[in-house]
Every structure is written in structure tokens, then in C-alpha cells.
Design a protein around this ligand. Structure first.
Ligand code: FAD
Length: 346
């Protein structure tokens, strides 16, 4: 496995549980990637309503429904407090209507109920809430995955994969790993594009996110114009920007300020509290779906293009890869994620 972000790590665990022998190679430390920066929302409902590129509710819901089993196996708690959105009535009315058409469980909240859920909100008029969106803590999850990986005998190597020849992955330090197959889970990196030409289609989307360790808020995730606010046991996490075409990790003060001001409109506490700004780079395909399945290069598999829902999708893409390696019949999702579409001119 090239890459130990959430895609590579969760898939490795699933494959190891099927009895396969796995080595993960990744030059970065745990969480020093998009997976470690993420907010950890498992949010089929609002992702479907707010992100024009991921309207496949059935896909996002099925992925979320696989999380309770994975979380139980990892010993993780899922926060099922749901997600609220607060906006002008004309906006929330539109979301309610769209949710109804799609069969999303979305409920209008009275101001009193919204305030009872999130007492810290400055204004809670015109709020809606869904129980469909959940959240996990990426930091806890990455540690839990690492622990389980160790128990399953997964070998974690601190190095980059440079190339693949049949039967061997070549590492940057010149060493070779014997393997029947290479799975490429390298996020936005194009380092293995010569090995798997499908990777050339991947585009980066940079994101800024802010952590306020001293701001301990209660209640569900809150979405407001230009921002989401996740109350967590480590303080509020507030994000995020979508900056297509950017793959650098430089913190841009203007992006930070736009998030902070948007959060400040929810409660002024965000304007005075100490925070840490971080960035991560998502990988995406133009159609918004990941590339998961066999490459045209023999014995090479792709597991990239998670876009803004890598945590949500991880258990589902794990099943697709496991089925593929076991030669099981292809599911609808395997068809949708087929990496060959990256090689087909549009
Ligand atoms: C600000 C922000 C907020 C987000 N919030 C959410 C959220 O709330 N919910 C959600 O579901 N998703 C969220 N995401 C998206 C999610 O973080 C990504 O989709 C997911 O982390 C991608 O995981 P990955 O394993 O594909 O990539 P990464 O986490 O980027 O991991 C790729 C790994 O591959 C390694 N690598 C690269 N090249 C090589 C090589 N040649 N050999 C070996 N290793 C290599 C890298 O070092 C890296 O560790 C967010 C993303 C951002 C940026």
C-alpha cells in the first residue's frame, strides 16, 4: 500500500482482516496529510445538499452506514448529534424542499429548540437539523487504526514508493518490497503517475481549517454561510475553504480571516479566542467520484480522489477494493469508481 492516509490505512485493515499480508509505505508521520487535517464529518445529508459535486445520496448514506461496524472494531465513538444549518428563511426553505425531494430526514427547528441544542449560537432563528450526519474524531481514528494495524501484523514503513515492477515495489531508499500487487493511495500526490497514468487526471483542492482548543461548545455540527463549526472534545473545529488547483500547504491569512469572520457571525467568541490554522490538500476527479479499482498497469490498484469526503467514504471504498482483489462480482459503486474512466477522453 502506497499511502497511509485514511484511504490507505482503512483499506489495509480491511484487507488484513481478509487474511492478506499488507505493508503500508508512507514517508509522512501519522496525520501529516489531508486525513489528519480533516473535520471528520460523516455527512451524507448536508454534503448532498451543499456540494454540487457530490449529490449521490445513496452512495454517501451507504458509506456512512458502514461506519458503526468499523468504529466498533476500532473502539471509536461516533458523534451522532446530527447537523444543524442556520440561514435566512428563504435559504433554509430551499434546503428543506430539496431535502424532501431527496428523502433526507431534515427537520425545521423552533428558535427555542435550536438554542437548546446549541446554546452558544448568537442567533438561531430559521434553523433546520438532520440526524443523518455524524462525526468521528480523525486524530482518535488515526491512532485507533494504527493500533489495530499493529495487532493485525501490518508492516508500516516510513518511506515513499517510487515505482512498481511485477512482484516488487521500489522504495525511494533503494530497497524493494516483494508484493503481488500495489495499491496506490497517495492522495493528491502525482509521484506514481508513471506507474499508474490514471493519476494524471487528479486535481488538488487545498483547504484551510481552524482549531480553537479553548472553545468548548456543545451540540451538533452547525453550518452557516461559508463555514461549518464542529464542537469537539478538543475544542471547536471550523472550516473550510475549497481552493481548486492549489496543492501548497501555505497558510493564507485572507483565507483564515474569511473562516474566522464567518464563524464570528455565529458567536463572537471566535473573534477573540486563540486558534491554530492548518491546511490540507484533497485529491479530486472532475466528476467528484474517487478512482477506486484496477489500473491499466497490471497488478496496480488505485485508491485516490477522495475529494471532501474521504473519511465518510473510507469503509465503502475498502469494500470495493476487497471485492475487486477477491474477484467478486462488481458492485454499482465499483462501476462508478472505475479508474478506466480517467483514460477515456470526454
Ligand atoms: C480542510 C479539510 C477538511 C476536511 N473535512 C472532511 C470531513 O469533514 N469529512 C470527510 O469525510 N473528509 C474531509 N476532508 C477530506 C479528507 O480529508 C480527504 O478526502 C481524505 O483525507 C483523503 O485521504 P487519502 O488517504 O486519500 O489522502 P491523504 O490523507 O492525503 O494521504 C495520502 C498519503 O499518501 C502519502 N504518499 C504520497 N505519495 C506517496 C508515495 N509515493 N509513496 C508512499 N506514500 C505516499 C502521503 O504522504 C500521505 O500521507 C477534509 C479535507 C480537508 C483538507
Amino acid at each position: 500500500m502506497a499511502g497511509g492516509g485514511v484511504f490507505g490505512a482503512v483499506v489495509s485493515i480491511v484487507l488484513a482482516r481478509y487474511g492478506m499480508t499488507i505493508t503500508i509505505a508512507d514517508p509522512r508521520g501519522l496525520g501529516e496529510n489531508a486525513s489528519g487535517v480533516a473535520a471528520g464529518m460523516l455527512a451524507p445529508a448536508f454534503e448532498c445538499l451543499l456540494d454540487p459535486c457530490t449529490p449521490n445520496l445513496a452512495l454517501l448514506r451507504e458509506a456512512r452506514n458502514l461506519w458503526p461496524d468499523l468504529a466498533a472494531y476500532l473502539g471509536l465513538t461516533i458523534d451522532t448529534a446530527g447537523a444543524m444549518a442556520v440561514a435566512e428563511p428563504c435559504v433554509t426553505n430551499g434546503w428543506m424542499a430539496a431535502a424532501e425531494v431527496r428523502g433526507i430526514d431534515m427537520r425545521r427547528l423552533s428558535e427555542a429548540s435550536a438554542r437548546a441544542m446549541s446554546p452558544w449560537l448568537g442567533s438561531a432563528a430559521s434553523a433546520i437539523w438532520t440526524p443523518e450526519d455524524w462525526r468521528i474524531d480523525p486524530k482518535d481514528a488515526l491512532w485507533a487504526i494504527r493500533r489495530r494495524a499493529r495487532e493485525l501484523g501490518i508492516n508500516w514503513v516510513n518511506s515513499s514508493v517510487e515505482a512498481f515492477v511485477p512482484g516488487q515495489a521500489l522504495l525511494i531508499d533503494g530497497s524493494r518490497l516483494d508484493c503481488d500487487a500495489l495499491v496506490i493511495a497517495t492522495g493528491n500526490s502525482l509521484s506514481l503517475v508513471k506507474t499508474a497514468p490514471e493519476l494524471a487526471t487528479i486535481v488538488p483542492i487545498k483547504g484551510h481549517i481552524l482549531r480553537f482548543p479553548g472553545l468548548m461548545l456543545d451540540g451538533p455540527v452547525v453550518r452557516k454561510a461559508g463555514v461549518y463549526i464542529c464542537p469537539t472534545s478538543r475544542g471547536a473545529v471550523v472550516g473550510s475553504t475549497m481552493e481548486p488547483g492549489r496543492d501548497d500547504l501555505i497558510v493564507d491569512p485572507a483565507a483564515v480571516e474569511s473562516i474566522r469572520m464567518a464563524a464570528g457571525a455565529a458567536t463572537h467568541d471566535f473573534l477573540s479566542a486563540a486558534f491554530e490554522a492548518r491546511t490540507g490538500v484533497r485529491s479530486a476527479m472532475p466528476d467528484g467520484l474517487p478512482l477506486v479499482g484496477p489500473s491499466r498497469t497490471k497488478d496496480v490498484w488505485l485508491l485516490v480522489g477522495a475529494r471532501r469526503n474521504g473519511w465518510l467514504l473510507a469503509p465503502l471504498v475498502a469494500r470495493v477494493i476487497a471485492d475487486g482483489l477477491a474477484d467478486a462480482p462488481r458492485s454499482t459503486w465499483a462501476e462508478l469508481f472505475d479508474p478506466d474512466r480517467a483514460m477515456t477522453p470526454v
